[in-house]
Design a protein around this ligand. Structure first.
Ligand SMILES: [Zn+2]
Length: 264
């Protein structure tokens, strides 16, 4: 696209031949929106999957064919990231079309999540559990930590999406645009710094804090999410604490002065 020596070197016939070749490789689907391309009727582009600016190579393996419209309106120069963001936007749009606020709940539904109850028991200072509904019969064990001051009991566990739910009661807010920034950040790949928080309610593991981080991971293909799981937690206490964290204590906002120092 303009900066490709490879594409610039092709005459019209060679360019059309390459278009058809990529179209066949991609099973006649656009790389970004994954909808069908009619090679006779649709305007198309050939673009680098990984941009040259990010050290993508100017060669066949790094080319994809897209609808011209999808390429012009893409939300990231990297076509894989652009594809993930567009897919999430479709999930959000569909929820809104149904009059609902799009949240982690809708993303989990699309990715085969939120299917099973969580079975666990406490033995000594450990949480014992298994995910046998998805064929993992191993009994897993996580240490239970008791918070000295509040007395809250928590364990760190890795939860398959099939066992993960969104907590509508504690976190009724929907997704906002910041999730796209997280998708870009995790794709780089930079690690997630803060862990999502969940609780057991109605025999289900429900995420009540960190839905954006969780959604970004799921969109990038992660199928197990590490959470800090509150056991036997008090709903009102968690509700108050969660509100305080966001509103009064501003734990969530990174102080701008610290950000500046980190970049110096
Ligand atoms: Zn498309």
């Amino acid at each position: 696209m303009g900066n490709s020596k490879y594409l610039d070197s092709l005459n019209k016939k060679e360019y059309d031949k390459l278009s058809r070749k990529l179209w066949d490789i991609q099973n006649h689907k656009c790389f970004i929106c994954e909808q069908e391309i009619d090679i006779d009727l649709n305007n198309t582009n050939i673009d680098h999957i990984k941009p040259l600016a990010n050290n993508g190579k100017d060669e066949l393996m790094n080319f994809a064919i897209t609808h011209e419209h999808c390429n012009k309106t893409k939300q990231d120069a990297d076509l894989i990231v652009a594809k993930k963001i567009l897919k999430l936007e479709k999930i959000i749009q569909e929820a809104e079309n149904n009059g609902e606020t799009a949240s982690l709940k809708h993303v989990l539904k699309v990715f085969n999540g939120s299917k099973y109850d969580f079975k666990c028991k406490i033995k000594n200072n450990d949480l014992l559990y298994s995910f046998d509904e998805i064929g993992d019969v191993e009994i897993k064990k996580s240490t239970i930590y008791k918070d000295v001051l509040s007395g809250e009991k928590t364990a760190f566990i890795e939860v398959p999406l099939e066992y993960l739910y969104h907590d509508d009661d504690l976190n009724p807010r929907g997704l906002n645009k910041s999730v796209n920034l997280l998708i870009k950040e995790f794709y780089k790949p930079n690690p997630q710094l803060q862990i999502s928080l969940a609780r057991i309610d109605d025999n289900k593991i429900k995420i009540f804090d960190g839905q954006h981080k969780t959604v970004a991971q799921i969109m990038l293909g992660v199928t197990k999410i590490v959470v800090r799981l509150f056991i036997d937690s008090d709903f009102d206490k968690l509700m108050t604490t969660n509100l305080n964290a966001g509103k009064q204590l501003k734990q969530i906002a990174f102080d701008k002065a610290i950000v500046r120092q980190l970049h110096d």
